[in-house]
Design a protein around this ligand. Sequence first.
Ligand code: AMP
Ligand code: MG
Length: 412
Amino acid sequence: MIKVDDALKIILGAVKHIESENTPLIKSLGRVLSKDIYAGSDIPGFDNSAMDGYAVYFSDTIGASKVKPKTLEVICDIKAGDSPKVSLKENQAARIMTGAIIPKGADSVIMVEDTERGSRLKAQGSREKQEYVKIFKEVKRGDNIRKKGEDIKKGELVIPCGKELNSAHIGILASLGASGINVYKRPRVAILATGDEVIEIDKELTPGKLRNSNTYTLYSQVLKCGAIPKNLGIAKDKPEQLEKKIKEGLDCDIIITSGGVSVGDYDLVKYILAKMGTDIKFWQVAMRPGKPLVFGVIKGKPVLGLPGNPVSSMISFEVFVRPAILRMMGQIHEERRDIDAVLEEDIVKKKGLRCYLRAHTYWKDGVYLTRTTGPQGSAILKSMADANSIIIVPEEEEKIEKGVRVTVRFLD
Ligand code: AMP
Ligand code: MG
């Protein structure tokens, strides 16, 4: 029996990146970059105002206060999108809006709340009016100005290859004008359920039968990874059927089956895989749930025979298939969070196996607390449904007492 970490190493060593493709930016959420992105321009592209206010030269505001305001002549209004031609002289200001270019001769912006606008006659006896603004506060050089390139500098590495794109990345790429981007293709994942007792979900139950839940769970887990599932249906525990269905999955990038990998008389998956020329790398992993897993490579494609019990198949997917899919998609940054949490109950387990316990973990008074979500039988899917996390208990442990810190992985 192989240890979880060794098994994972073998699996990850056997999976290869799949090709990349160019995708429209609008459809790139969750896709993984297959090329580094360097900035083709500065962001922002010019010095601009962070506030609605007045563009001024800082020294014209020295000494300004509510009781002793400084009065500056307002020579123009600059809206966002304008390209101002003016140049401020001493004791002049320009009305400016958020995002507008800072005019020449100004080096700071005073917010409108610290000013008062007015107009007066230009000279005694003159009919011509002059716009002015009273400044109630000193500004420092650079106040309320967003400098060219302060967010992103032209030429800088903005997003590295292997990053899964989130909404902010997509925003950055949009501002850089990247309308199409290079991402890894989504791996296609074939899913096969096996078992004489397993029936389609729209069929009436007859004695001894149960509905195929694994395909549905696995299908959704594949989708959550950003991959493309292909449902191969159900194969009976018959060599011909198993072989035929597995063949139908060979056009995918990875094949997963559920059931038929244990030590029962009708657990044929491993034998059929071997008969079909699969290079079997290991069978049985020192873990609970999920022990009977088989892994091999068939015609260059990874194939994972997951256990049939619903929780075992889900956990095996989480522990082995998900990392394999992410590796195929070129993702180098694992986004699952492992944290320390304080156990709220005693745990007893078998020495030598790594245990994954379905748990509810929550934050209280500055620490994470965790407790199991109920009976941990590998067919009890409800305790998985209630879990937001799994407690990972190392092989060497036999008993962990309430109050001890354990490792917990959040599932979302
Ligand atoms: P096996 O490893 O084939 O002996 O299956 C272990 C257990 O998982 C059995 O109780 C099966 O009935 C159950 N099982 C196998 N396949 C499925 C499936 N697709 N959906 C739900 N339960 C399953
Ligand atoms: Mg079976």
